[in-house]
Ligand binder design. Structure first.
Ligand SMILES: Cc1cc2nc3c(=O)[nH]c(=O)nc-3n(C[C@H](O)[C@H](O)[C@H](O)COP(=O)(O)OP(=O)(O)OC[C@H]3O[C@@H](n4cnc5c(N)ncnc54)[C@H](O)[C@@H]3O)c2cc1C
Length: 532
């Protein structure tokens, strides 16, 4: 069992860490594990009282919920990069459960559309709903693959030393920018004039939090392809990630401290030399990796004078935070079989209007129909659930909740935000439950526990200021930004996590690998494919 020490209790650390990592999200865990496998001793500092960033789980009233993992793709083959990377950082100990043939079920009014595993099955299934659109469906899948093919060189550029990138970046980025510069809608509209087909094909926009007219096609294509071969869930739940990564970090002498909030990166003459904690204590290392997000890192963790010198705040003007959401965590007093819960996710949309219009209406009026409701069944996805929590099951129901609607309560304390806040949450909860019970009437009498998180919960637990769930928004502009890479202008200070690649557990893990590659100068792909 790995040992997670708390900064708030007596703990044991050393004074010779070769790298300090800020945050214990997937990016830092992956970078930390990779460095540990290179024999480097690392210290991970996490401000929350539990580790894992969005991969953390929480328990209440005899239930357990995963916060930021509902399904992961690209795990069907032993040899896929995704599987190899997970195996590398867990020594193959993390096991995955297949969600089955259907991974996403799209519900628009009374109509249902299944996303099925396997590219040709996917195409056939979508064609069965839109029999006149064969050419468009083929062209869409081709465009998704073409965008993904161009992706590799774009990310290679991020790992290169500055001088190599200076010469090669134009060539390496060019073909991906052709896709990332265009909106998802622009690309799809060129292939079909069928708005219903576009609405269905972009139903997973909640996975990256941006509607088709706003999002970059590069992000849409990355997510769509990621799941083409089905969805997978970690057996034992999301906590298994930390559980299996930490022993690797510990084997090299590394440590993870929770409840350990970093206040500042210590910089001496443009070289990172360590971090100062909220209580003033310092830890020293000439390599500091921040996985706390670029807004936090540049606006809060770097001394103002250093940020100004390198125009870091100016760089942030070209990116925006992604959407905020709320999740209704539900506990049911009957098991998956009794309730006949599916493994696949539900994506529920208003009957009328495209995704952009529905979102716009909702932003203008919070009482308008939810632009999307996502339902996930973790207890059904995890084959170990019935042993761990017999006679019970859980459901997560997520919708977009703009931060602005909660700003009035920002600054209040968690669990003590007042009656008005609770009443507002209850109103949203009842709306979500009504939608859920319409799809699954059999669960209503088994409802045992529920609680709704809001953008303020995300801010409180994971430190994203506006409760944004996916770091930076995935607009075409984001992909243009060269500063979103491991190296910063400050020597020894590196970035990792979703902001330097994209949202997604796999993407954040990949970010960890490119950060480790930037530090070690190694070709990590060679390493992960060299191990059995
Ligand atoms: C509701 C939801 C559902 C999702 N579903 C999926 C899914 O099904 N599949 C998928 O692939 N992805 C999903 N994602 C996305 C995925 O979880 C994230 O993109 C990914 O986990 C982000 O990893 P990260 O490394 O960037 O770090 P994060 O998980 O963002 O962690 C950053 C960590 O840094 C810590 N930190 C911040 N400031 C400090 C400080 N000053 N000192 C110390 N520590 C600090 C935070 O507390 C946090 O633990 C979901 C996300 C959300 C929110």
């Amino acid at each position: 069992m790995p040992v997670i020490q708390s900064y708030k209790k007596p703990y044991q650390v050393d004074d010779d860490y070769e790298a300090i990592l800020i945050g214990s999200g997937m990016g830092c865990l992956a970078a930390g594990a990779y460095l540990a496998k290179e024999g480097k001793k690392v210290l991970i500092l996490e401000r929350h009282y539990t580790a894992g960033g969005f991969t953390h789980v929480f328990k209440r009233k005899g239930y357990e919920w995963d916060v930021g993992i509902h399904y992961i793709g690209d795990l069907e083959r032993e040899n896929s990069s995704m599987k190899r990377m997970f195996d590398y950082i867990t020594d193959g100990q993390l096991k995955w459960a297949d969600m089955g043939t259907v991974y996403d079920r799209v519900i628009i009014g009374e109509e249902q559309f299944e996303f099925v595993k396997g590219v040709s099955n996917f195409k056939k299934k979508i064609l069965s709903y839109f029999p006149d659109e064969e050419k468009a469906i083929d062209a869409y899948v081709d465009a998704v693959f073409a965008a993904n093919k161009a992706m590799g060189k774009y990310y290679l550029d991020k790992a290169l030393p500055n001088y190599s990138s200076f010469f090669l970046s134009g060539v390496l980025r060019k073909s991906y920018l052709k896709y990332s510069d265009r909106s998802t809608y622009e690309v799809l509209k060129e292939l079909t004039s069928n708005e219903k087909l576009i609405k269905v094909l972009t139903a997973q926009y909640g996975d990256y939090g941006m509607t088709p007219k706003q999002s970059s096609f590069a992000m849409h294509a990355a997510v769509a392809k990621h799941y083409f071969n089905g969805g997978y869930f970690p057996i034992g739940g999301a906590s298994q990630i930390v559980e299996n990564v930490l022993p690797i970090i510990e084997a090299a002498g590394g440590t993870l401290l929770i409840s350990a909030e970093v206040d500042e990166v210590l910089i001496d003459n443009d070289q990172a030399v360590g971090v100062k904690m909220k209580d003033g204590k310092a830890f020293y290392s000439k390599t500091v990796i921040s996985g706390a997000g670029v807004f936090n890192t540049f606006q809060k963790l770097i001394p103002k004078a250093t940020a100004a010198k390198h125009q870091l705040l100016k760089k942030l003007e070209s990116v925006k935070p992604s959407v905020a959401s709320g999740c209704l965590y539900i506990g049911l007093n009957a098991d998956v079989e009794e309730l006949n819960l599916p493994k696949n996710n539900l994506w529920i949309f208003p009957e009328e209007g495209d995704h952009d219009t529905c979102l716009q209406k909702y932003v203008e009026n919070a009482d308008a129909e939810f632009p999307l409701v996502y339902v996930s069944f973790p207890a059904a996805k995890d084959p170990s659930w019935s042993e761990r929590y017999p006679g019970s099951s859980t459901i997560d129901v997520i919708t977009l909740l703009p931060y602005e609607n909660f700003a009035a309560w920002d600054g209040t304390r968690w669990m003590k935000r007042g009656d008005q806040y609770e009443a507002y949450k209850e109103k949203i909860t009842q709306r979500l439950l009504k939608i859920l019970f319409k799809q699954l009437p059999q669960i209503e009498s088994h409802l045992d526990h529920y609680e709704l998180s809001t953008p303020l919960s995300t801010k409180h637990f994971v430190n994203y200021d506006r409760g944004e769930i996916y770091g930076l928004e995935h607009s075409p502009e984001r992909y243009q930004q060269k500063f979103l890479k491991p190296r910063t202008p400050i020597k020894g200070l590196y970035l990792t996590g979703q902001d330097i690649v994209t949202a997604g557990v796999g993407a954040a893990m990949f970010a960890g690998f490119i950060t480790a590659a930037a530090i070690t100068g190694q070709n990590f792909m060679k390493k992960i494919f060299a191990t059995n």
